[in-house]
Design a protein. Sequence first.
Length: 413
Amino acid sequence: MDSIAAVDIGSTKTVTVIADVDGRLVTRVVAVGVAPCRGLKAGTVVDLEDTAQSVVQSVRRAEQMANRKISDVTISVTGEHISGENSQGIVPIVPPGRTITREDVNRVINHSKQIVLPADRELIHAIPRVFTVDGQDGVMRPFGMSGERLEVSTFLVSGQLTHIENLERCVHRAQIQVESVVHSPIASGLAVLDKSEMDAGTIVVDLGGGTTGVAGFVGGSIAFTHVLPVGANHVTSDLSKLLRTTPEEAERLKVSEATCDSDAVSPDETVPVQRIGEEKPMLCKRKVMAEIIEARVRETLMMVKSSVDQSGYAGQIAGGYVFTGGGSKLRGLASLAVRVLGDVPVRVAPPANLGGLSDMVSGPEHATVVGLVKYSLRMREEETVAAESPGLGKLWTGITGIFGGKGAKTQER
């Protein structure tokens, strides 16, 4: 029995998941470890010691539950420093007209990666989206075809080298190695979307604590990503400042009492609020609270819409918007999103079931860590295929395993 370990380091908590994988690539969650984290701000490490301790605690709790040690993990990365771009690769087939091999596929993908990155940036993903053979586009698996010219469209994701290294240092403090680094919105997309939604064109909006990740999936693969420097923590901060209460009280109000749809609140409803420096709670209009939250969420949704419009894919999202992440649990989000984003499908989605103890990571706030497990699982699936087919290489995983094909199986509890 093989196993997969994933660590999602967020602005409020670190979550570690250990899942067993059998010979049929069926998963079963066997352990979950959660620890509070205050060392990240907007996706970047601002307190190395705090973040490292959070990772260590989370990993140790998962190891204790699973009654085993883990040696390597897949981790998430996000933040404004992450950028994505589409790149093209072209290679000739020599002699002309011969059968395209897997080596040719690797050559053209490598050619698409030949972009000039500043010395302080690192390539995280090179995900081939679609191939073209002698002008015929829409080809997903070109090997075995005959042709003279092979082209590929590849989505490249890069990040600030120092930010990635700081995250890896925190993981190393738990005496484990980083196997893969995955951009959070891509992982979340893997957790909440099925193939038909990726084919139709769908925007995944991952509302985290410190950031909001936007990922567009078009034609069955990732087409663009963007990270916004706002998240659910900003809602808490707004409530704390404007209601003159502590961050803890503001968080409680946000989770248990609030909505971001002020139209759905009666003007007469009140909520007791414990203000700073006052002994007894004061009654606050629930509608006032809703208007505070709605203003921040509306601003965030407008930023999401702007990033989609700027991507050039706004006209190709028949699947609409899928919201996930801890911030997506705000009451009234779907109705407000429809008003702000236009007449498009909108839903809030939890992650896929991985079997076993999946109920421990079933909420939308766990979409990224579940996506990390699915990413690792599909990478292993493709490595198995590569081992059986010499010359395939890991680069092929981007097209056949991560987004294409039937994908790996998960086991119901």
